[in-house]
Design a protein around this ligand. Structure first.
Ligand code: BGC
Length: 767
């Protein structure tokens, strides 16, 4: 036995030395064939215990993002030394990752490096807009670049792996995690997910400023019933395939290194224990070779779901179903060896899981140099740089959506005599950092007040009044802070002073909405109006000054019906990140002409949720002659602000929608073009969107589906032609035959500036 050990260590030593000597030769280090050889060689050296160790992920206790365990740091250190852990999350800083890595490298038998994961969701320390906000830019280049910057900052601090992108389709404003994704549409979410994967992972994972990405949550998490986090999901196979899975397939095809499964069940089966999802669809069907990490404790949670009788049973189900790494359930380390010995989990499945994990570690170059991300110099100089701030401002301004601008109140002049800046979020330096803020510091954003001060001329008089607060004073703002039921204050004592300031000002900018921690994990709400006494403040201000610009900061679609009806201008500013105030000022004063478009529908009221543009028609769509059609009696059927919507300081006219053919075979191609003119007097960018409808299918099809978009700059007075290609990708869906197919029949196609555009053409797919 001892002799065997010695031999193994010698082989591993030779193997690793071999890798090191190839270190500068990228083709060799990265060639998949070489990596496969190395993975196989390491695997043959491993005992069952060591294999199980690779499948275990521990939290570092430094930053707890889920229910804490009762395993002490000392016990964790012992496990690391014994090769009992393959990965850690929330170990932050070069010093900490180096130390944890050292424990493994200096003590464990096989010295297999740890992979360190962290939720770098919208930036590491330079914070970009929350993902829902950034998605409103519809600008894949800047989205990719913000991921590149996030990866470079995170890797400079020792992080190897981000738990992003979150590509859960969500159509329910009540769900707090809607802020983490790209909204309601599978096509837009797919494109954004791929851009992020490319941004994080770059061309080559072994370079030390790229990190592994993680497509999450697999699958269906955004469809939690009634928008209540972790709730059951009840959808059929076709909805799963056509709506939820496409972004995941796109991420897998883009080479995302890892996936994370999800907390929810779908139709009675918890995703973590779902073999069809994880093995049949993802690993076999899509031929994906990365590894699947469980969500925090999701293996153990199968007990509470009523799907596993105890942890051993949960481990058995999860391992068989294809969950490769156990995040914080402590189920694999306790039971997997025995389950293999009892024949309840086949060793081939363990080997498969371990190979997947080792493969990613090899691709990252960790076997070449386990400390390659541990560079104190980089940590000091490459994080939160001036350059990154400049780019964060760029992304933030492109994420703003102009919802209303009656009488062209905006943009404002920089020479206004006086502006009243009012509202609970006007001088808030914390809210714009948003939830899932990684190392984004508390109160580290440029506030709106600061941004405006940086912009206006010295002759403009600024009067600031908070008016009201959102949170009760005693509630702290910390990351783990759990929002109590009535967290909002009802103190109106600041309203009179705010009204006074508004009375005498030429213009009022009113910053209202949601604080950072109102959205995110575990932050579902049934009320999506302005909470607390913000509505009272809004109405009181509007009463004395009609020149009101509402600056809305929020992480979910909100019910802003009153503002939409009354105030002249509304800017949707999400939680925009480190440069929030400067970016908003860029738009307020016209240095940047807004170009954002909603990635999610805004309802008239919460009762319409879930609300999305790509609905089914039903058997009883609107009828002017009958009462009994599918609608609400007390609210419109459509959105207050629809998907794809957003104004500009200029206007665009669309005409001449032309298809080069009106009939194609299922594998044929149509060129669609449209002519767009900037009819205003400012240059502006417009997101030109293409939608289709398949009129009759083997399954009912949505009334519209986004199938293409292009963001174009059109100068004032200029006319441009925008071209799209309609092909198999555009027309296929997962049909009754359980295949992706184009079905012959009639189609409609629209091109325009939002999902309600009426510029339409028709064509036919023939047999
Ligand atoms: C979340 C994941 C996250 C993980 C680690 C979980 O609670 O659902 O999205 O990546 O914690 O922090």
């Amino acid at each position: 036995m001892q002799k065997n050990n010695l031999l193994s260590i010698l082989v591993l030593f030779i193997l690793l030395t071999f890798s090191c000597s190839d270190k500068n030769n990228k083709i060799l280090t990265n060639s998949s064939a070489k990596i496969e050889q190395k993975v196989d060689s390491v695997l043959t050296l491993m005992t069952l215990k060591e294999k199980v160790g690779q499948m275990v992920q521990y939290n570092g206790s430094w930053d707890v993002t889920g229910p804490p365990s009762n395993v002490s740091d000392e016990e964790k250190f012992e496990k690391l030394k014994n090769g009992g852990v393959g990965s850690m999350l929330n170990v932050l800083s070069v010093k900490a990752t180096r130390e944890a890595q050292r424990l493994v490298m200096e003590n464990s038998r096989l010295k297999i490096p740890l992979i360190f994961g962290y939720d770098v969701i919208h930036g590491y320390k330079t914070i970009f807009p929350i993902p829902l906000g950034e998605s409103a830019s519809w600008d894949l280049e800047i989205i990719k670049k913000s991921a590149t910057i996030a990866a470079s900052e995170a890797s400079a601090a020792g992080v190897h792996w981000t738990f992003s992108p979150m590509i859960d389709i969500s159509r329910d404003a009540r769900w707090g995690r809607i802020m983490e994704g790209s909204g309601e549409d599978p096509y837009l979410t797919s494109k954004i997910g791929v851009a992020k994967v490319q941004g994080y992972q770059g061309e080559d994972l072994s370079i030390n400023n790229t990190i592994a990405a993680c497509a999450k949550h697999f699958a269906g998490y955004g469809f939690a019933e009634a928008g209540r986090d972790y709730n059951a999901v009840n959808i059929g196979e076709y909805e799963l395939q056509n709506t939820i899975l496409p972004p995941f397939k796109a991420a897998a095809e883009a080479g995302v290194a890892t996936f994370m499964n999800s907390f929810n069940e779908i139709d009675g089966i918890p995703a973590t224990g779902d073999k069809i999802l994880q093995r049949n669809i993802l690993k076999e069907g899509w031929n994906w070779d990365g590894f699947m990490v469980s969500d925090w404790g999701s293996i153990g949670e199968m007990i509470a779901h009523g799907y596993a009788k105890d942890k051993a049973h949960a481990a058995e189900i999860a391992a068989n179903a294809g969950s490769d790494m156990d995040m914080e359930s402590y189920a694999y380390e306790a039971h997997l060896e025995q389950l293999v010995e009892e024949g309840k989990v086949d060793i081939s499945l363990i080997n498969d899981a371990v190979k997947r994990i080792l493969r990613v570690k090899f691709k990252l170059g960790l076997f070449d140099d386990p400390y390659k991300y541990c560079n104190e110099e980089r940590e000091k100089t490459e994080i939160f740089t001036e350059e990154n701030q400049t780019f964060a401002r760029e992304v933030a301004k492109k994420s703003i959506v102009l919802l209303k601008n009656k009488g062209n109140l905006l943009p404002l002049s920089k020479d206004l005599k006086s502006i009243a800046i009012i509202g609970p979020l006007a001088d808030d330096k914390d809210t714009p950092i948003g939830n899932w803020r990684a190392k984004g510091g508390t109160n580290s954003a440029v506030s709106l007040l600061e941004g405006i001060k940086n912009s206006v001329s010295s002759s403009t008089k600024i009067a600031y009044q908070k008016g009201v607060s959102i949170l009760k004073e005693e509630y702290p703002k910390g990351r783990g802070f759990l929002m109590p039921l009535n967290f909002n204050t009802d103190d109106k004592s600041g309203i009179p002073a705010a009204v006074n300031a508004a009375k005498t000002a030429e213009m009022v900018v009113l910053a209202i909405g949601e604080v950072a921690l109102q959205t995110g994990e575990g932050r579902s709400q049934t009320n999506i109006k302005l909470v607390g006494v913000q509505q009272e403040l809004l109405e009181a201000i509007y009463k004395v000054n009609k020149n009101v610009v509402v600056v809305l900061m929020n992480g979910r679609p909100m019910d802003i019906s009153w503002a939409a009806e009354n105030v002249p201008s509304i800017l949707e500013c999400w939680h925009l990140g480190s440069q929030s105030g400067n970016a908003i000022a860029d738009v307020l004063f016209g240095d940047y002409n807004p170009s954002g478009k909603l990635p999610v529908s805004f309802p008239h009221n919460v009762g319409q949720e879930p609300l999305y543009y790509n609905q089914k028609n039903t058997g009883r769509p609107f009828s002017p002659t009958h009462v009994t059609f599918s609608a609400y009696r007390d609210a419109p059927k459509t959105a207050l602000y629809p998907f794809g919507y957003g104004l500009s300081y200029t206007t665009f006219e669309y005409k001449n929608l032309i298809l080069d053919k009106n009939e194609i075979l299922p594998n044929g191609e149509i060129k669609a073009s449209v002519v767009i003119t900037n009819t205003g007097n400012r240059d502006g960018e417009e997101v030109v969107q293409l939608y289709i409808r398949d009129l009759v299918g083997s399954l009912t099809r949505p009334i519209r589906e986004l199938k293409g978009f292009e963001k174009v700059m059109v100068k004032a007075g200029e006319t441009k032609t925008v071209n799209f290609t309609v092909n198999v990708e555009t027309l296929q869906f997962y049909t009754i035959n359980k295949k992706w197919e184009v079905e012959p029949g009639d189609f409609e196609l629209w091109i325009g500036g939002d999902s309600t555009t009426s510029l339409k053409a028709s064509f036919k797919v023939i047999e």
